[in-house]
Design a protein around this ligand. Sequence first.
Ligand code: NAD
Length: 294
Amino acid sequence: MATIAFIGLGNMGNPMAANLVKAGHSVQGFDLITENLETAASNGVTVMANADAAVKDAEIVITMLPAGKHVLSVYADIAPKAASNALFIDCSTIDVETARKAHAIAAEHDLFSIDAPVSGGVGGAEAGTLTFMAGGSADAFAKANPILEPMAGRVVHCGNGGAGQAAKICNNMILGISMIGVGEAFVLAEKLGLSHQALFDVASTSSGQCWSLTTYCPVPGPVPASPANRDYKPGFAAGLMLKDLRLAQEAAQGAGAATPLGAEATQLYALFNAMGHEDTDFSGIINFLRGKET
Ligand code: NAD
């Protein structure tokens, strides 16, 4: 069993750290928010006074932070203090370029590193069923795989440093676009007098089938577990969808890829967020498409 530093014990980090404790690892945690540290302590995490103390003697350092600037600042701070040959695993969702800079900081200090953003949300973090998309060397991935296992349903090695973040933003760009497409289809069906259930029954077994329809159906009824059945309580908040779509747009511009539907989805989610829906599930955009604010 390993000594693991866990930095960033928020909505995702805390349940992930709790699963590492349950698997028998010794977890040394740090966060800037006292309430999050209290939750961590109640889950069996040893709370440390700062990030430096958390990484001391740790073979593995996991970060789960809001954005790229937080990751770079924490890496610059802790990499010089980490144990030699430690493995850094960044699970935050950040842009590809910043992920590569974080790998470079780790390499300067002879540390192993992978970017390993996740899909599955808070529910997946609690259940230990997250999908991890990993980028980094084969050696770093081999070290990381058994550590990720108690938090994961699936771990995919996507390629070299930054490839995990690339996979994450490409996947979430598909998701943002497809949710708008499914929402538009239901709004059109309503105008044409077609019931939600009839459209669902046809499209879910036809060529319109997709995750946004069959798992996360944006109208109440056809998929009882979807957020539409609980007044669009997330789930996956529209604020996080907008963050990921913007990361995809930045990456597309940097790489010279044409992503016109990704750009349009970013605009629509920006408007939806600006109307005060950052904390609404992203499937709630169907109400915006209907021209309703709620
Ligand atoms: P969160 O805001 O709940 O947690 C982030 C934590 O990082 C906070 O507790 C904050 O205090 C802490 N933090 C910030 N700077 C710090 C520092 N310098 N030192 C120590 N702690 C610091 O966010 P979250 O929902 O847990 O998301 C974390 C990451 O996971 C984000 O990059 C997000 O995009 C990604 N993600 C979230 C979800 C989701 O459903 N919430 C799903 C997939 C991916």
